[in-house]
Design a protein around this ligand. Structure first.
Ligand code: KIV
Ligand code: NA
Length: 265
């Protein structure tokens, strides 16, 4: 098996092969997704939402992220394991950012980190890249700034915000990022950024012209029952599958059908 590296991903953009990314937070899921041939497994801070049940991504800690990343990295043979730096671990100053990223690299077996923002965090990006750690940028809707935005609505609809995003994307590339994630922006802007950059863009709600796509695994498997944004394609109904399986089990236990003669010692 040839492991996916930042070079693999750059080469994929160069030859026009799309990059498939999913989020992942645990060992068993990572086994299945790596087996399926996913290019990047993102240990996203969306773990705060789908694993821990928080309203926003702000409460998750670096220790929590390290735990999830360890679980994923233990399972993976091929995929590039990318780990989100959580809120509060990189915005303050480059030294803190670097020590956060170093903890992830030393303690988890992950291959790189992702952080949110452009010019505001560019010194942190440079410090991490200069230490030899691959960094993916994240622009557009940046959920760690939800309290500033006020909503999870589409970003960069105005010309001014679109221009800033194009500028930030270029800054991130120049600072040495190997890729930039674009969240919830118009498809035309996603196209412009993807054409402007030589590093791959990864879209979540940023349209078909980006160099790759990412979805939160719970959303695409239909585990996150009532979350149905326009950009989401749902590939399974795991909530229904799990609930039905549990109902069958409950019924079998109550009716004394389970276990039967063959299922006991
Ligand atoms: O944490 C996350 O799930 C993300 C998404 C944008 C994929 O960063
Ligand atoms: Na994230």
């Amino acid at each position: 098996i040839t492991k996916v590296s930042t070079q693999t991903l750059l080469a994929m953009k160069a030859r026009g092969e799309k990059i498939a990314v999913l989020t992942c937070y645990d060992y068993s899921m990572a086994k299945a997704l790596d087996y399926a041939g996913i290019d990047i497994l993102l240990v996203g801070d969306s773990a705060a939402n789908v694993m821990a049940g928080f309203e926003t991504t702000l409460p998750i800690t670096l220790d929590h992220m390290i735990y999830h990343a360890q679980c994923v990295a233990r399972a993976v043979e091929r995929a590039f394991v990318l780990v989100d730096l959580p809120f509060g671990t990189y915005q303050g100053d480059p030294k803190t950012a670097l020590s956060s990223a170093i903890r992830i690299m030393k303690e988890t077996g992950g291959h790189g980190v992702k952080l949110e923002g452009g010019i505001e965090v560019i010194d942190s990006v440079k410090a991490i890249v200069n230490a030899g750690i691959p960094v993916m940028g994240h622009l557009g809707l940046t959920p760690q700034s939800i309290n500033l935005f006020g909503t999870y609505a589409l970003r960069a609809k105005s010309d001014a915000e679109a221009q800033k995003l194009l500028y930030d994307a270029q800054l991130l590339q120049d600072a040495g990022c190997f890729s930039v994630l674009l969240e919830k922006i118009p498809a035309q802007l996603g196209k412009e950024v993807s054409e402007q950059l030589s590093i791959p863009t990864i879209s979540i709600g940023a349209g078909k012209y980006c160099d790759g796509q990412v979805l939160v695994i719970h959303d695409m498997l239909g585990l996150n029952k009532d979350f149905k944004p326009k950009f989401l394609r749902q590939y399974a109904d795991l909530f229904g599958t799990i609930a039905h399986a549990a109902q069958s089990y409950i019924s079998d236990v109550k009716t004394n059908d389970f276990p039967n003669e063959q299922e006991q010692y």
